[in-house]
Design a protein around this ligand. Structure first.
Ligand SMILES: Cc1cc2nc3c(=O)[nH]c(=O)nc-3n(C[C@H](O)[C@H](O)[C@H](O)COP(=O)(O)OP(=O)(O)OC[C@H]3O[C@@H](n4cnc5c(N)ncnc54)[C@H](O)[C@@H]3O)c2cc1C
Length: 970
């Protein structure tokens, strides 16, 4: 069955386990005529994962008297059992009482009955077996799409998605994840069917699911060995009947720390034990307070709990029927079950099964065991970023849901509304159950879920006037947040396992602002495209909201509709501004500005800047200062000044800034928007004086403003003095060295060794026309032509990073570069005995740094460059030592002076001559040059670059270990 197209519902419930089916049951009672659709991908409505088991040995872990589906009718399940005695007896259960732990199958049937009755009593109630893969806002309703592309609409949606299969355990060698002997669907009956009675198996995890499996193997008369491994080797504790104790916790002040809380619990247990009170009674008395207490803890305390206390807390809190443990203990005594405390260090797929290396607590070295199957029972995957469920991926990509900071589930509001990536609770999408673990902690079992289901049904029927107030997020004290704004977010993409996956970006702008973004009162706004579907977005290399957020930083991705993003980022920022500012206009990017380009300026570039302001306002975050990055956001400081007139701001341009004559190659209204926009800032940051002076000149010549050249300041039209300051970008030497020490660098060293057997020239840059690769390779060809003795004795290793491949002009440029390379190679390969130019067309930072470490010459002949940080990284990495050839038109040339060989970027002859000189330079001179460069870089690192900008805005340094800021005359 599939969704019936073009239907509209008041409420659509996705998932019909306990949570979804009980919300439906309450709605059918409260509003029988409401149009409610319940969608469940498995056939059964009611039982869900937990009670859909077909194994009678799987028991409830809550006694029958405490697991009624209704909080206000505690005997409801017992009554149902009384009416279904035959079904109870058929499962071999002789009798039952409120204290009995009954088969979960029975509870599943009970829920199925409840659901059926609800459906019968409500004419507006419909069900469908189907999987929903997307929920998308459209107008004032939501559109739900199934796997076949059928769509319906609903005013409100309940996500009752429940528990997901366990995540694959992290391991260095993850190849076993693909082995058919590694089973990670522990709740599926198919898992058990694959195991033969004589198979030895290993179970990862020792919780309730592991016990289910152990019991099932026992019921199957399994004779093979069952190994169980868990961090502490602790199974859940048994339930025991005990007299409920008075609420010992309710009158107390909430302990501020987890440590204080556990001291208190231990003390209470000691006092209770002296009076003969069971420890279970003390722990159970806490249950009504757990959610309130969890909410009172700050993030660090919650983290501490997860790290240190949870492994001990869980087996005591989530107890199990005594008969389950008795069966497990018998197997332990027989020696069939072996319990290990420790961790798996490696699992290797061998012909006879899986070879498992264990590191056990208190035992030296590694032990090895063989298993026919490894079963993953480590608990449901709660990190929504790791889930591959299409619905979750799409909701994340749309920014409609947002993981909680501990990755235990999603951010939700008190009424069950999901919270979007801006921290705003939804008016239309709600959830309940284990997904709220990060927010409520105690939220997975029936006693909590039945309360949530009833409350949510009432909430769905409420009519809400207007928007709920947007809660401010992560405000520290009264001083507000520093807001970083850049086009790119903190993550990059790498091609892995045949798809693009995000990983923390390295190098360039992002790495320079990254340390600031980790400070607690900093929020990072970046642009992402709003895709039609997350998966297709990744294929086209669009960056999505889900790709850019993480728990360590407060990142706010601002989604732009794909057509606006393309106009803002592609048609204007890259094809016009980037090309203009690198003096490539007419040659690459654009040669004229037609109506489409004007449209892209107005509806793309300016619109993206306007939307950024709206997003910053809507976030409710109180700004303390704005740090705005680069040419994508020239108009932004001016727009922000209108909304936040008193908040200081700094705009930094990372690329060369053009003079007035060059800026005249774009229309007057555009250049005025750029210049006036920048003048909205208090401080305008540039890489070098070569950029600061043209900016001052533009204000003077194009805007007619009063400019103080000696003081490098402009009198803005609103009467403010705007400073223009130089902050040369730099690198973090410690980080470069750390990467060079990493295991990945070690592997790259081995891989590159065969290419480093001759004299070596390298280049490391994005495949971008401004990098001028073609002339670099032609110059190398000329070197081989004029110096036959070098043929066969020198290699050129080109580490070319794919860039902006979605733009036609970049693809054409890439083809032209490869054609130049192949011309040089085909001419000299015969005489050299190998192709003299080798290309590494990838974004592999470790490999590139190793090449920098080992090369004789680095060529950085950019046509023009704001700074060129590769040259600075090379100076830190270089071991041989090497020599740098740098274009005079790169910002770095001004800083490096005569310590690098300087060339004019279009001069093929001069570049070939510089290569010859660099290859032959005596060792002592090389050494002296590299030492001068290094000390220069160490005295002005990326951290100095950041600190100086904060200081320019009168903000004290944010990190204690910062070097003192060294003021530089640029
Ligand atoms: C093995 C096990 C045993 C447990 N035993 C107990 C117990 O004894 N006592 C107790 O109190 N608690 C127990 N629990 C806790 C349990 O989580 C809750 O009691 C409850 O069953 C959770 O119900 P749920 O509806 O939230 O989730 P689930 O039961 O997981 O239901 C979610 C449903 O959503 C469906 N779904 C998901 N995505 C989609 C989609 N995109 N489209 C359509 N359908 C979708 C799934 O197919 C599933 O049926 C147990 C949990 C597990 C896993």
């Amino acid at each position: 069955m599939h969704l019936r197209e073009n239907q509209h519902y008041d409420v659509a419930i996705i998932g019909a386990g306990f949570s979804g089916s009980m919300v439906a049951a309450h709605l059918s009672r409260l509003a029988p005529r409401l149009r409610v659709l319940v969608v469940e991908r498995e056939g059964a409505f009611g039982p869900g994962v937990a009670y859909g088991t077909t194994s009678p040995e799987h028991l409830l872990n809550v006694p029958a008297g405490k697991i009624s589906a209704f909080a206000d009718a505690p005997g409801h399940f017992l009554d149902w059992l009384g009416e279904h005695r035959a079904a109870v007896a058929a499962l071999g259960v002789a009798g039952f009482s409120g204290d009995s732990f009954l088969p979960r199958i029975l509870y599943g049937r009970y829920l199925r009955d409840l659901f059926h009755q609800a459906k019968q009593s409500a004419p507006g109630f419909e069900t469908v077996q189907d999987e929903i893969i997307d929920v998308e806002p459209e107008g004032d309703h939501l559109v739900l799409t199934d796997q076949e592309g059928n769509r319906i609409t609903a005013a409100k949606v309940v996500l009752a998605l429940g528990n997901f299969a366990p995540g694959d355990p992290p391991a260095k060698d993850r190849s076993f994840h693909r082995s058919p002997r590694y089973l990670n669907a522990p709740w599926s009956a198919a898992t058990l069917r694959q195991i033969s009675p004589e198979d030895d198996i290993l179970i990862l995890g020792a919780g309730l699911t592991a016990l289910d499996l152990i019991l099932s193997l026992g019921a199957k008369k399994s004779t093979g060995k069952i190994h169980v491994v868990s961090r502490h080797g602790l199974f859940p504790q048994p339930h025991r009947t005990h007299t409920p104790q008075p609420d010992w916790f309710c009158e107390r002040e909430l302990p501020q720390s987890i440590r204080a809380m556990f001291r208190l619990i231990r003390r209470e247990i000691r006092i209770g034990a002296a009076k003969g009170v069971d420890w279970r009674a003390i722990i159970d008395a806490l249950r009504p307070h757990t959610q309130r207490y969890w909410r009172s803890l700050n993030l660090e305390e919650r983290r501490r709990f997860m790290r240190h206390v949870r492994p001990v807390w869980e087996p005591h809190r989530h107890r199990v029927a005594p008969q389950v443990l008795a069966a497990k203990d018998q197997m332990l005594q027989r020696g069939q079950l072996v319990n290990h405390a420790g961790r798996v260090s490696r699992i290797i797929d061998v012909p006879e099964g899986l070879e498992v290396k264990l590191v056990e607590r208190g035992k030296p070295g590694e032990s090895t065991l063989r298993a026919a199957f490894v079963l993953n029972c480590t608990g449901p995957e709660c990190n929504y970023y790791k889930l591959k469920e299409p619905l979750v991926v799409n909701l994340l990509a749309r920014g409609l849901i947002h993981p909680d900071p501990l990755f235990l589930g999603l951010m939700t509001a008190a009424n069950g509304a999901v919270v979007n990536y801006l921290g705003q609770p939804s008016e239309k999408i709600f959830t309940l159950g284990s997904v709220q673990k990060g927010m409520r902690f105690e939220t997975t079992a029936v006693p909590e879920l039945r309360i949530q289901a009833e409350a949510l049904a009432a909430e769905l029927l409420k009519k809400r006037p207007g928007l709920p107030a947007c809660p401010p997020r992560r405000e520290i004290g009264d001083s507000g947040n520093i807001l970083l704004v850049s086009n790119r977010g903190p993550n990059d993409f790498v091609w892995q396992d045949r798809c693009w996956v995000p990983r923390p970006a390295s190098g360039g702008l992002v790495s320079m602002i990254e340390p600031l973004s980790r400070q607690p009162d900093v929020t990072w706004f970046c642009c992402v495209s709003e895709p039609t579907a997350a998966n297709s977005a990744r294929e086209a290399l669009w960056t999505t909201a889900a790709d850019q957020t993480d728990a360590e930083r407060h990142v706010v991705p601002v989604p732009l509709p794909a057509r606006i993003y393309q106009a803002y980022y592609g048609a204007i920022s890259n094809e016009v501004l980037w090309m203009l500012q690198h003096h490539l206009a007419g040659q690459f990017g654009y040669s004229s500005l037609d109506a489409n380009r004007h449209h892209a300026w107005n509806q793309g570039y300016l619109e993206a800047n306007r939307r950024m302001v709206v997003a910053i306002r809507a976030s409710g975050i109180k700004p303390r200062a704005f740090l705005i990055q680069d040419y994508h956001f020239y108009p932004l400081p001016g727009l922000l000044r209108q909304v936040f007139p008193d908040i200081p701001s700094l705009h930094f341009t990372h690329i060369p800034f053009p003079d007035a004559a060059t800026l005249k190659l774009i229309p007057q209204s555009w250049r005025e928007a750029i210049l006036h926009g920048l003048l909205g800032a208090d401080v305008i940051g540039m890489q070098t004086q070569w950029d600061a002076r043209p900016f001052l000149g533009c204000c003077d010549e194009l805007l007619g403003l009063s400019v103080d050249y000696p003081r490098s300041a402009v009198l803005a039209p609103d009467g403010r003095i705007v400073k223009v300051q130089v902050f040369p970008a730099s690198v973090a030497p410690g980080e470069v060295r750390r990467v060079l020490r990493s295991p990945e660098a070690g592997t790259a060293r081995e891989r590159l060794a065969a290419h480093l057997d001759k004299l070596t020239i390298i280049r490391v840059d994005r495949l971008d026309p401004s990098k001028n690769q073609i002339i670099g390779f032609e110059a190398f060809g000329r070197l081989l032509e004029t110096r036959p003795d070098l043929r066969g004795n020198v290699r050129f290793l080109a580490f070319l990073v794919p860039s902006r491949t979605d733009l036609g002009v970049y693809r054409e440029y890439r083809d032209a570069v490869f054609s130049t390379i192949s011309k040089v190679n085909s001419r000299y390969a015969g005489e050299c005995g190998f192709e003299p130019i080798s290309v590494f067309y990838t974004n592999d930072r470790e490999q590139a740094l190793v090449a920098m470490e080992q090369c004789d010459v680095l060529l950085a002949n950019s046509r023009e460059d704001g700074m060129n940080l590769v040259v600075k990284e090379w100076a830190i990495a270089s071991e041989r030592p090497g020599v740098a050839i740098v274009a005079e038109t790169a910002g770095v040339a001004a800083e490096f002076g005569a310590s690098a060989l300087q060339i004019s970027p279009l001069d093929i002859e001069g570049t070939a001559e510089a290569m010859r000189w660099a290859l032959e330079m005596p060792a002592a001179e090389r050494q002296a040059r590299i030492e001068r460069l290094r000390s220069k870089i160490e005295s002005w690192t990326a951290q100095h670059w950041l600190s100086a900008q904060l200081e320019a805005l009168n903000i004290e340094r944010l990190w204690p270990e910062a070097h003192p800021v060294i003021r530089r005359a640029a």
